[in-house]
Design a protein around this ligand. Structure first.
Ligand SMILES: [Zn+2]
Length: 267
């Protein structure tokens, strides 16, 4: 039996066939694919430590921040969710040093297939991590820009034609139209961009497929809320995105519990 405890961080994922996941608890990294099919128990100690400053917090904001960090940390700036609002290219940011590394570097606009086709933006170093975290089964780069703002400007236009959201239930049930052709969408969508943004289009990128360690998808999904139940024990039946499946019907969004102090036993 493997006994672990610590503050949860989002799962680490290595892009193999299938993707190799690890739990990250405080400074421990534990591979978990080999535990699929075995019993796992998870217990939250009712303590949350802010993922930024480490202080105890009664409530988690924006997946693991205490309230002061949520308000002040660059990692929870408005532009993280809305890249088109990024002002780092004009020298405005909560932390310009951070923004130089994170906002003023190459970004990609991509199309991915999660619950349906979606458009998204990510920093160049986050591929394929971003796609794995959202549970995409395939993805294709569409444009490359020198900063976050320009990628956001492209995304805002493309959002008129394809969603920027994922239905997590459909993604987790794998209720997805697999015939959707990302190349075809890329061809059509690039014509919807104004000329000044067309210069950032990538034409020759190749679609990337992603394979998750789950053999049988459940027909119905229920999310376990540790704020309510505190603990749960069941059989680990698969992993997709940042979710683990338990007893082929329940899911836990591990990322949502970032900063939560958990005891996990892998039997
Ligand atoms: Zn904090």
């Amino acid at each position: 039996m493997v006994k672990l405890e610590g503050n949860i961080k989002k799962m680490k994922a290595e892009n193999k066939e299938p993707i190799q996941y690890s739990f990250v608890l405080s400074d421990q990294i534990i591979p978990i694919n080999e535990h699929i099919g075995s019993t796992i128990s998870l217990k939250w100690s009712r303590i949350i430590h802010c993922v930024k400053c480490g202080n105890k917090t009664n409530k988690s904001f924006f997946q693991g921040f205490c309230y002061p960090c949520f308000i002040n940390a660059p990692e929870s700036s408005e532009c993280i969710l809305k890249p088109e609002l990024c002002q780092a290219h004009e020298g405005i940011s909560r932390d310009m040093e951070w923004s130089k590394r994170h906002c003023l570097s190459d970004h990609y606009v991509y199309l991915s297939l999660t619950s349906g086709i979606k458009v998204g933006v990510t920093r160049h170093t986050q591929i394929p991590t971003r796609w794995i975290d959202q549970g995409a089964i395939k993805a294709l780069k569409l444009a490359q820009t020198p900063n976050r703002y320009l990628a956001g400007a492209i995304e805002v236009i493309l959002k008129n034609f394809v969603s920027d959201r994922t239905s997590w239930q459909k993604m987790l049930k794998n209720d997805v139209d697999q015939t959707i052709d990302l190349y075809q969408y890329r061809e059509t969508l690039k014509n919807d961009l104004p000329n000044d943004l067309k210069t950032y289009i990538l034409d020759k990128e190749v679609e990337q497929g992603l394979e998750y360690p789950i053999t049988q998808y459940p027909e119905k999904i229920k999310s376990i809320n540790f704020e309510k139940v505190g603990e749960y024990e069941g059989v680990l039946t698969g992993i997709k995105g940042q979710y683990i499946y338990l007893d082929n019907q329940y899911v836990v969004n591990m990322r949502k519990y970032s900063g939560y102090y958990f005891q996990i036993n892998l039997l």
